[in-house]
Design a protein around this ligand. Structure first.
Ligand code: ADP
Length: 357
């Protein structure tokens, strides 16, 4: 008999361990309680989602471990209603996020109600992505609306008779042309960003960075000259890094373009590249308007601008720095800014000097 009991015990132990293992590898948080709301079991994921770490939860009232939040209400309702129900809830505490919670009543062997199981599906990432898409769509529509409204307005005025007055007509057509260009810049930038965001690895080839930087500066020499801004380059021909020439050129071109846009006439821009340990640093320094710290933390976000009117006047889309950030990330590097209002800004691109990741 002792042997039988021992075997039974061993079987029971291994059954418990197996169940524990199954519960702990589930991606969902599982929380089981009896009909009075006392916690019977919860798995590791539920602990993480509720921010419980290793504190003991079994044997405690569920209200004590949930606190006062949407989950607590969901559980309370379920204990009364004894129903099966699904709802999206917000999780607070240290692991703030969102979960798709579903509750199901538990029945004993003769069908009596013995408690409830709540499964929590972590949908925080999905929710963030959905919010991000929604914000992006609304920002894009907002950005497109302004030039479209202007184009329509001026076209209607022309059709209404202004077309007969050559000097006015020319002026209006110029405005229409400007807004049409703006529309095409916004769309081009959105397409560039979305292709960068596909996350596909870009082709990187070890090559001197000087030529790429010089090309970017060259492309903007006319614009710089119009504002009497000198753009100076300091970079040894020997500096090499694994780069994608056209993409890095577009990133540097964006930075130099901004430096021109957000500086007064008769100032200078210094672009330099140097090696520091195992990285190559490329800096674009201007003597322009600069910005407060609260802005410099956010300017790499899409459509974020310090001064909307100034950006529009310069033909900006609010996407340039997001493109820079994504190009640099695709190079396994980073981009940072240091800026002081009225003094100027320094943007620094840091790239790995060799491809030995
Ligand atoms: P935009 O098309 O408006 O220039 P960006 O994404 O390139 O968009 O830049 C975002 C914002 O960051 C700009 O609108 C501007 O307010 C600010 N900014 C960017 N570069 C500079 C700079 N060199 N000096 C001052 N402000 C800058």
């Amino acid at each position: 008999m002792m042997d039988d009991i021992k075997t039974l015990r061993e079987n029971l132990d291994s059954e418990i361990k197996r169940n524990e293992a199954i519960l702990s590898c589930l991606k969902e948080g599982i929380l089981a309680m009896d009909s009075s709301g006392v916690v019977l079991k919860l798995n590791q994921k539920a602990r993480e989602m509720l921010g419980l770490k290793s504190a003991k939860a079994e044997g405690l009232p569920v209200s004590l471990i949930c606190g006062q939040n949407e989950l607590a209400d969901f559980v309370k309702e379920g204990l009364v209603a004894r129903d099966s129900f699904e709802k999206e809830i917000k999780l607070d505490g240290p692991n703030e996020g969102f979960a798709l919670a579903s509750r199901s009543p538990m029945s004993g062997s003769s069908g009596e109600h013995i408690g409830m199981v709540v499964a929590l599906n972590d949908i925080t990432q999905l929710r963030r992505l959905a919010n991000f898409r929604r914000d992006f769509a609304s920002n894009v529509s907002h950005e497109l609306r302004t030039p479209i409204t202007s184009i329509r307005g001026f076209a209607e005025t022309l059709l209404g008779g202004a077309i007969e007055e050559p000097s006015t007509a020319r002026h209006f057509v110029e405005i229409i042309n400007k807004h049409a260009n703006r529309l095409s810049s916004i769309i081009e930038d959105i397409l560039t960003l979305s292709s960068l965001e596909q996350g596909e690895a870009i082709e990187l080839m070890a090559q001197p960075v000087r030529n790429v930087i010089a090309k970017a500066i060259d492309g903007l020499s006319g614009k710089a000259a119009e504002k009497k801004i000198g753009v100076h380059l300091e970079c040894a021909q020997s500096i090499e890094a694994p780069i994608n020439g056209p993409l890095l050129e577009s990133a540097i071109s964006n930075l130099v373009d901004n430096a021109i846009n957000y500086s007064d006439e008769n100032t200078a821009i210094n672009v330099s590249a140097f090696v520091e340990g195992d990285v190559v640093l490329i800096t674009v320094r201007d003597q322009g308007y600069g910005m407060e710290r609260q802005h410099s933390d956010r300017i790499f976000e899409r459509f974020y601008r310090v001064d909307k009117a100034r950006s529009r006047k310069a033909g900006g889309t609010g996407l340039g720095l997001s493109i820079v950030k994504h190009v640099v990330l695709a190079h396994h590097g980073k981009v940072t800014v240091e800026s002081e209002p009225g003094k100027g800004s320094v943007f620094t691109i840091t790239l790995p000097a060799s491809d030995n990741r």
